[in-house]
Write a protein that binds this ligand. Structure first.
Ligand code: LLP
Length: 421
């Protein structure tokens, strides 16, 4: 469930018509619903608790939507943060999320990033390879601290979904193999600079079938039991993120309650706490991108291009993963016309959809891209020197700009011309 519904003034986010935001803030613009963010987080966590998971750490995957205001909304509900860069750790801390709820993942953490995370006192650094374990040990020894680490294990399970976001097969760059995991865990236990506290896995994103997850989690259970059997101490199993959301053309994903029941079943009796890293399932359907039609370009042979003021640099998912986003008129209309919806960027890939039947549009009409709250603004760029688009958070009848659109002067001021040019 989300809070984007048609009202007397067209499609609204909670109590605020999107047309009002478009008029006051300009387009394109991302609009997020606080109530939806809160609902999704609560539903996810409560489903786990109801299924019998004791005190889960729900570390929201910051990469999905990293706006500090969004992080604060979630952090205030008790969310932790799954981060993959020093920048994301800083964002989580800036949002008031305590370090003891921050997980630091990622395949290529740099020395300075590790040092920053250790000084901040994050809950767990997920180790993705043996050289990374050695680097973390060296940095921790220099700082005179013991690094709490968890080994990210690659369960070698195919999760389905788009190849660019599947992470759980051994040919992917993520995590250590099962065979390595037990050896590295034992090595780490004997290293004064390391405090191994758990193991982690994450097999992919937009997963709509629980079976690959069940297979991966069952393997992880086996590993935890093996480590315990070897006398090693382990307190946390991090099961990652990846649960899919409905994008309207996609197989319906299982609800969090089904996911939670599966988790509870697979981990029953295991003497460890569980952690999760959900991103999309919290943020995707809590946000839309609103854009204005610039013009309709109709070719004599019949193809109709709906040229809008948002482009692939603002929402890259269709260009990058052939992703489907439902496109709705902000003011409900009757009738139908078939369009290719395109942005102003100078690439053929700047196409949001082809041959989509939509209501008939004209210049100045507003369209809303649904399910754009995750991996939308977070993946935006300034390609074609298009300013990053602003973000707005709605709370009931009020809204606030939570990231402003940069001015052209601000954008140009970042470039420097050396005096020898
Ligand atoms: N944990 C780790 C280690 C991850 O790599 C990811 C996502 C997550 C958690 C969160 O996964 P989620 O619950 O959001 O599925 N840009 C792509 C998605 C990339 C996902 C990368 N990793 C997209 O727009 O579909």
């Amino acid at each position: 469930m989300n809070h984007f519904e048609y009202g007397p003034e067209g499609l609204a986010c909670e109590g605020v018509p999107l047309a009002r935001i478009a008029a006051e803030v300009g387009t394109p613009v991302y609009v997020y619903s606080r109530a939806t963010l809160e609902r999704h987080f609560t539903v996810f966590r409560d489903a786990l608790v109801k299924a019998g998971v004791v005190d889960p750490l729900v570390a929201y995957a910051v990469k999905a939507n990293s706006n500090v205001a969004v992080l604060k909304v979630l952090g205030d509900l008790g969310a932790g943060a799954d981060t993959v860069s020093e920048g994301e750790v800083r964002r989580a801390l800036a949002a008031g999320i305590p370090a003891e709820r921050i997980v630091f993942s990622g395949v290529g953490k740099k020395r300075e990033e590790i040092a920053f995370a250790l000084k901040a006192g994050v809950a767990e650094i997920n180790v993705e390879s043996e050289p990374e374990m050695e680097l973390i040990a060296a940095v921790a020894a220099e700082l005179g601290v013991r690094a709490k680490i968890a080994f990210r294990v690659n369960p070698d399970v195919a999760a389905g979904g788009h190849a660019k976001i599947a992470t759980g097969k051994s040919e992917n760059k993520f995590g250590v193999s099962f065979a390595e995991a037990a050896r590295l865990y034992a090595n780490a236990s004997n290293n004064a600079a390391l405090d191994p506290i758990g193991v982690a896995c994450h097999i992919g994103s937009q997963i709509t079938d629980l079976e690959p997850m069940r297979a991966a989690f069952t393997k992880m259970r086996g590993l935890v039991e093996q480590l315990i059997g070897e006398g090693l101490s382990i307190e946390r199993l991090d099961l990652g993120g990846g649960l899919g959301v409905p994008y309207f053309n996609h197989p319906e994903p299982p609800p969090p309650s089904a996911f939670a029941a599966m988790v509870a079943e697979v981990t029953k009796g295991l003497p460890v706490k569980l952690a999760f890293e959900p991103g999309r399932v919290i943020a995707a359907n809590a946000g839309v991108m609103v854009s204005e039609v610039i013009h309709v370009h109709e070719r004599p042979e019949g193809r109709k291009f709906l040229v809008i003021d948002a482009a692939m640099n603002d929402l890259v998912r269709p260009a990058m993963y052939d992703a489907f986003h439902d496109i709705r008129p902000v003011h409900a209309k009757t009738g139908e016309s078939v369009y290719d919806v395109v942005g102003p960027v100078c690439e053929t890939g700047d196409t949001f959809t082809r041959d989509r039947a939509l209501p008939p549009f004209g210049p100045g009409d507003l369209v809303a891209f649904m399910s754009a709250g995750a991996y939308g603004s977070a993946m935006a760029s300034e390609y074609n020197t298009r300013p990053l688009i602003p973000e707005v958070l709605v709370d009931g009848d009020r809204y606030a700009v939570i990231r402003k659109r940069p001015t052209y002067d601000e954008m140009l001021a970042r470039d420097l011309i050396p005096e020898w040019v």
